[in-house]
Design a protein around this ligand. Structure first.
Ligand SMILES: NC(=O)c1ccc[n+]([C@@H]2O[C@H](COP(=O)([O-])OP(=O)(O)OC[C@H]3O[C@@H](n4cnc5c(N)ncnc54)[C@H](OP(=O)(O)O)[C@@H]3O)[C@@H](O)[C@H]2O)c1
Length: 518
């Protein structure tokens, strides 16, 4: 096996803002526990949970432990030592985010842990708080000198000060640029780790290995051989407990801007010169910058939005989006969006990329699929029956991780009959080791100072530059005829040929009260 040794992060204090919230208990605490169990963390990593809620250190530790029990990849009871060692270095600090005095208690705790004298003070500030809290809180931390601008070279003498930010990174191009400008006032870009947990998933990282470690794929990875590419992030779930946030955001902002466009960038970018963050980010940015701006005609015909009505979620009945708790009864928020995108460069000119995401779809599925063109001269054209489907390569990220290649083959027998067969590589059966959770990988990278799998400022702004015209176009239209797909279906494009370039589905029919499209 060919592998890199993983850097053990240096000792540091990790401060989690919003430590009372869902993310801290569901993702951050289990990730820390699993890393600890695998001896990936330094012995003197201190965790400081910071929030306004009324916890003591003991009750906070118990709160995290509950999170582990419910959400950890490795059962919470399996490594009691790991948890014991982690929790003895975990404390809770109660304070407000709104003013400088709110972080006074944090200053005292950090001084107690790291000393008041400037020295090597490694700090990772994890912002697990709503996005509007972030800029003010960063200002207070800077005013209190808890968080300082540090160039990469300075880190060697003074230690690192890093921030991990959670999406959303703005809600359009203007707000994303404003947020980045605020961050830039006090921090170097190298100090900012923007989390997109999709980039921490095994199969997503494997896209690069597949493309750049296998010489058989790269020669056909272009408009000569590729007919189209489908990138799909489908969820069978509804909005659940995130209704309030989702109703103000929608599928385009919640998933398309980050997960889908990040998958697209990895799938279609040019080979980077190296695996370092700068080289990979530069290629991803170039690709996002080459997305063909959507013309008024494409905005009308090549972008489809939808919202689910009542229907099925597995064996259960599902309510319409507008009947979900926390959603306005006249909401026009999209729960589905599909874009036919093009990339203006030599490699991809003319190849449609179908980008789709939605909630309450037929099943949960994240995959990128390349459909290859037919052979230039079909020797088997005279055979009777339907021609088998084209070659297809699928990289599946969720729910099962794996790769499948569809090839055309002869059906055994005396007659010449063609069929397709899938060569499948499900990770779970091929590799004995369990995939780490995306948060484990990304947290470890942030602690170790490797930003390769975090989105850069340029990537965020280029993604918004591409998508903001859609938001503007929608805001100028009459309210859409929602709901327009039944929960449990494949969305408003089901049964319609969205994938034919000569067809425009600008005016999709609303659902009838029974749930069926009109
Ligand atoms: N949960 C996820 O799976 C997930 C996934 C992707 C991204 N994110 C992002 O990660 C961040 C944290 O997510 P979360 O789910 O943990 O959020 P959350 O539970 O709503 O909030 C986390 C904590 O932030 C504090 N807070 C500060 N100001 C607040 C305000 N105005 N309203 C509500 N809470 C406030 C609260 O703690 P105190 O009241 O105790 O101070 C709360 O417990 C968000 O930016 C979210 O968009 C979350």
């Amino acid at each position: 096996m060919f592998e890199t040794s993983y850097r053990l992060p240096q000792s540091c204090v990790m401060v989690v803002f919003g430590a009372s919230g869902d993310l801290a208990a569901r993702k951050i605490a289990p990730a820390l526990y699993n890393l600890k169990a695998e001896n990936r963390l330094p012995a003197d990593l201190h965790i400081v949970g910071f929030a306004r809620s009324d916890f003591s250190t003991d009750s906070f530790r118990e709160h995290l432990r509950e999170g582990l029990k419910r959400h950890s990849r490795v059962p919470a009871e399996e490594y009691p030592d790991a948890w014991a060692r982690l929790q003895e270095k975990t404390i809770y600090c109660r304070g407000s985010y709104d003013d400088l005095s709110g972080v006074a208690g944090l200053r005292a705790e950090l001084t107690a842990l790291q000393g008041a004298e400037p020295g090597r003070q490694n700090r990772l500030f994890y912002f697990a708080v709503p996005p509007d809290v972030v800029p003010g809180l960063i200002d207070h931390l800077r005013e209190a000198e808890l968080l300082q601008r540090r160039l990469p070279d300075e880190e060697k003498q003074k230690g690192f000060h890093r921030v991990v930010l959670e999406k959303p990174f703005g809600h359009d191009i203007a707000s994303a640029c404003a947020l980045n400008a605020t961050l830039r006032k006090g921090l170097e870009e190298s100090q900012i780790y923007r989390m997109d947990h999709y980039l921490g998933k095994e199969t997503v990282q494997n896209i690069m290995v597949l493309r750049f470690a296998n010489p058989i794929f790269e020669p056909v990875w272009n408009n000569r051989y590729v007919k189209n590419v489908h990138i799909t992030v489908a969820e069978s779930d509804g909005v659940g407990s995130r209704a309030k946030y989702f109703d103000s955001a929608g599928a385009l902002r919640d998933v398309m801007q980050n997960h889908v466009l990040q998958l697209l960038a990895l799938f279609a970018m040019e080979p980077p010169a190296g695996m370092d963050a700068a080289a990979v980010r530069a290629e991803k940015s170039k690709l996002l910058g080459a997305l063909s701006p959507l013309s008024p005609e494409q905005l009308r015909c090549a972008v489809i939005r939808g919202q689910y009505g009542a229907g099925q979620a597995g064996d259960e009945k599902a309510v319409a989006y507008r009947d979900e708790r926390g959603v306005a009864s006249d909401s026009i928020t999209e729960t589905f969006v599909a874009i036919r995108a093009y990339i203006n460069n030599w490699r991809w000119s003319g190849v449609p990329f179908y980008l789709t995401t939605g909630k309450r779809l037929a099943r949960t599925l994240t995959e990128a699929a390349v459909e290859f063109k037919d052979v230039p001269h079909d020797l088997f054209a005279a055979l009777e029956g339907k021609r088998p489907d084209a070659n297809m390569l699928k990289v599946q990220v969720q729910p099962e991780e794996g790769i499948a290649l569809r090839i055309t083959t002869k059906v055994p027998g005396l007659q010449m009959k063609l069929s397709t067969a899938d060569m499948e590589l499900p990770y779970s059966s091929r590799f004995a080791s369990q995939s780490p959770e995306a948060y484990e990988r990304l947290l470890l990278d942030a602690l170790a100072g490797d930003p390769s799998l975090f989105a850069s400022r340029d990537e965020i702004e280029l993604a918004w530059r591409y998508l903001t015209p859609i938001l503007k176009f929608w805001s100028e239209q009459a309210p859409p005829a929602f709901p327009n797909y039944a929960a449990g279906s494949w969305g408003p494009i089901e049964g319609k040929d969205f994938f034919r370039e000569d067809v425009c589905y600008a005016d999709l029919e609303p659902l009838q009260s029974g749930g069926e499209p009109a």
